[in-house]
Write a protein that binds this ligand. Structure first.
Ligand SMILES: *Cc1c(COP(=O)(O)O)cnc(C)c1O
Length: 388
């Protein structure tokens, strides 16, 4: 089959199975002793994931921690970085953000006693356009000004595939005194990120899309190092975020670890993290720069063939919603097929093209540089071209 769904669930690394089996074996043989005597002691398991994760998102290792799942991490970081008061309480988001993000933000706003209709500002593309202009985002930030508490955007929009200019958004947010936080679910492992250099305040991502770490896999969180030594920062605490040296003294009084680790709640999810570590090792070996280089070519080739298909028949007209500028997109192309999109999608599925359907008329395809080939893209075109 042609697998173009790495934006939804990445394929399994060949090394994943052995990594999980090793932990199952250590558990079977060592029981609780696996925390200390395992081949990769569970007590410190999460630490090995920080460096390779940090390389993927362009952060310092102590700015990153792998824990929980994405929406949980979004809530935890909003607890610390969305601190509204009567004057400054608004959140600026991309319109039509992924539902989980909408629900998280709405519930946070209500939790603080504000009304979502007043506190959440959603930004939509101009009439007749399919994605946002960076200048319009900056303008909205400027206009919301001193009422703006937080800008929360996706790194890459899940629906259109637009990659936002996170450096420009962060700069604009900081100018008006707002925080800048990003959901990198569709960006991590897809586009090159420099969270630290861009001065981003916080970010979260999942590991099961482009990072190929399995359904429900452990997620990531980034917190800029300027907050590393800020025990005063409000946060929801748990024992795994407590000062490591005295974690097991079971004393009263939470003292957070410095850096992102201080936001942990619970002990590490070893089995999903085993997969994640195996997957991250592949990213470390390949490097994001090389993956992105291939990705630009692969998606450019896909777009070229989609336009070729458009010019060769009249039954289906595919409009690419994703920005044409390669710098403003990752590997995904969102194809709007007005009228008979579902029919086209079903025909592709019958021919074993695994893509993804979004009501009412969009087919998302994601040629992933790590495991999709130019041959896959060509086969996709041949299948398209054979549909009558
Ligand atoms: C995939 C995705 C999620 C999923 O959240 P989970 O907590 O991992 O279930 C949330 N937000 C965005 C933008 C996504 O793309």
């Amino acid at each position: 089959m042609v697998y173009f769904c790495g934006n939804s669930l990445g394929l399994q690394p060949k090394t994943a199975r052995a990594a999980v089996l090793q932990e199952l074996d250590d558990w079977a043989e060592l029981g609780v002793e696996g925390h200390f005597a395992g081949r990769k002691p569970w007590l410190h398991y999460h630490k090995a994931l920080a460096l390779p994760s940090a390389q993927v998102v362009g952060a310092l290792p102590h700015e990153v921690v792998v824990m929980n799942n994405l929406t949980v991490n979004l809530h935890l970081l909003m607890v610390s970085f969305y601190r509204p008061d009567q004057r400054r309480f608004k959140i600026l988001m991309e319109g039509g953000a992924f539902p989980s993000d909408q629900y998280a933000v709405e519930s946070q706003v209500k939790f603080h006693g504000f009304r979502p209709e007043e506190a959440i500002v959603e930004l939509f593309p101009r009439a007749g356009e399919t994605y946002l202009r960076t200048g319009d985002i900056e303008k909205a930030i400027q206009e919301t000004g001193s009422e703006l508490a937080l800008v929360l955007f996706g790194g890459v929009n899940y629906y259109t595939g637009q990659a936002f200019d996170l450096a420009a958004i962060t700069r604009a947010a900081h100018v008006v005194g707002a925080m800048a936080g990003f959901d990198l679910a569709h960006a991590a492992g897809n586009v090159e990120l420099q969270l630290h250099d861009w001065d981003v305040d916080f970010a979260v991502w999942c590991s099961y899309k482009y990072l190929n770490s399995g359904p429900g896999g452990a997620a990531g969180a980034y917190i800029h190092e300027r907050y590393a030594q800020r025990p005063d920062l409000p946060r929801f605490a748990g024992w795994w975020g407590h000062r490591e040296e005295e974690r097991f003294q079971m004393r009263k009084g939470f003292i957070p670890m410095p850096g992102a680790e201080g936001w942990q709640l619970s002990n590490a999810q070893i089995l999903p993290m085993a997969v994640h570590q195996a997957s991250l090792a592949i990213f470390a070996e390949a490097g994001m720069a090389k993956l992105r280089q291939k990705s630009l070519q692969l998606t450019g080739f896909t777009e070229f063939l989609v336009q070729k298909f458009n010019s060769e028949q009249n039954t289906y007209q595919i409009q690419v919603l994703t920005p044409v500028d390669p710098a403003a997109r990752g590997c995904q192309l969102s194809l709007l097929v007005a009228g008979n999109g579902r029919a086209l999608f079903d025909r592709l599925a019958q021919a074993h093209v695994i893509a993804d359907w979004r009501e009412p008329d969009v087919i998302r395809i994601a040629p992933v540089p790590l495991y999709n080939s130019f041959g896959d893209v060509w086969r996709f075109y041949e299948i398209l071209a054979a549909i009558d």
